[in-house]
Design a protein around this ligand. Structure first.
Ligand code: SF4
Length: 289
């Protein structure tokens, strides 16, 4: 398989076959993100994809899930993406789930019928980075969309019966707007009602604009106690819809995972133990993105 640069995938795609169809991210302007900073967005040549599919057809028959890398396969032109999904079905008929990261912008650029076509051809899971539902923060971090657009994109993915996983980022609003960010994010998530919520904790990456703001004293990262309050506020204010709630990423100070609404009280109690200093925390050095 041809892989160019570091390959990033969601934790739940750990056992998936990774097919890199683009390099980089079509947006690549979020101030906190260092994932593809030195990797220009490019659609990989079709011949390379065919070669990878032929390889996978021979050597990857145990994989039943497939993840399209890099940052946003929905940046492919519609006809290109349809042809790709059809080729995957033809050459790897044992694949039962195709998934991808998807930016809000690229979801909104698709019609409902196009999203339904992707679902029909096996693309049954999309991961969208909300980061926050707090509009001043969305503007500050350069996501290029507001919370209303995020909500619309999430609702349209759900309408197409595609599993929707949403990522949120503790600490992204800084210390000053920490709880406003948590409340606004809970409101946005409650309106989208994703099937899965993944909460990560911001780690500042050298060379990113947000890191430079921090160095200049214009961005203050919340301390761990404030981050736990932020997580508590987010979880507490979510409306009681059914979803999987995961705050067990390598960037988090402790691991939290459960189903909502049934596990909410137990998870809140765990956060309270962390706030009270009663929970062992991950050493700073062990945290990772
Ligand atoms: S956070 Fe996502 S959309 Fe923003 S630059 Fe990074 S990969 Fe692209």
């Amino acid at each position: 398989m041809d892989y160019q640069g570091d390959i990033i995938r969601p934790p739940s795609e750990a056992f998936s076959l990774i097919l890199q169809v683009t390099t980089g991210c079509s947006h690549n302007r979020c101030t906190f993100c260092g994932a593809y900073r030195d990797k220009p967005f490019r659609i990989k040549p079709w011949q390379q994809i065919e070669t990878d599919l032929d390889f996978a057809a021979t050597w990857c028959q145990r994989h039943t899930t497939l993840f399209l890398a890099d940052g946003d396969a929905l940046a492919l032109p519609h006809t290109h993406l349809i042809a790709l999904l059809e080729r995957i079905r033809h050459k790897l008929p044992w694949i039962r789930r195709i998934s991808s990261y998807a930016s809000c912008q690229n979801i909104l650029a698709r019609t409902d019928a196009e999203l339904s076509d992707y679902k029909r051809l096996g693309m049954s899971r999309l991961y969208m980075g909300l980061e926050t539902g707090h509009d001043p923060t969305l503007r500050a971090i350069g996501k290029g969309v507001d919370s209303a657009q995020m909500i619309e994109a999430g609702q349209r993915v759900r309408k197409a019966a595609i599993f929707l996983s949403i990522t949120c980022l503790l600490g992204i609003a800084g210390a000053e707007n920490s709880l406003a960010h948590a409340s606004a994010t809970a409101r946005a998530l409650s309106r989208m009602q994703p099937h899965q919520i993944a909460v990560l904790t911001l780690m500042l990456i050298p060379e990113t604009p947000l890191y430079r703001l921090m160095r200049a004293g214009r961005f203050v990262l919340p301390d761990p106690a404030r981050l736990f309050q932020e997580l508590r506020c987010l979880l507490e204010q979510l409306e009681p819809f059914r979803t999987q709630f995961h705050a067990n990423h390598a960037s988090n100070y402790f691991s939290l995972s459960g189903r909502l609404p049934k596990d909410r009280e137990g998870m809140l109690a765990t956060i309270d133990r962390a706030v009270g200093g009663l929970l062992p925390l991950k050493p700073e050095l062990w945290r990772a993105l």
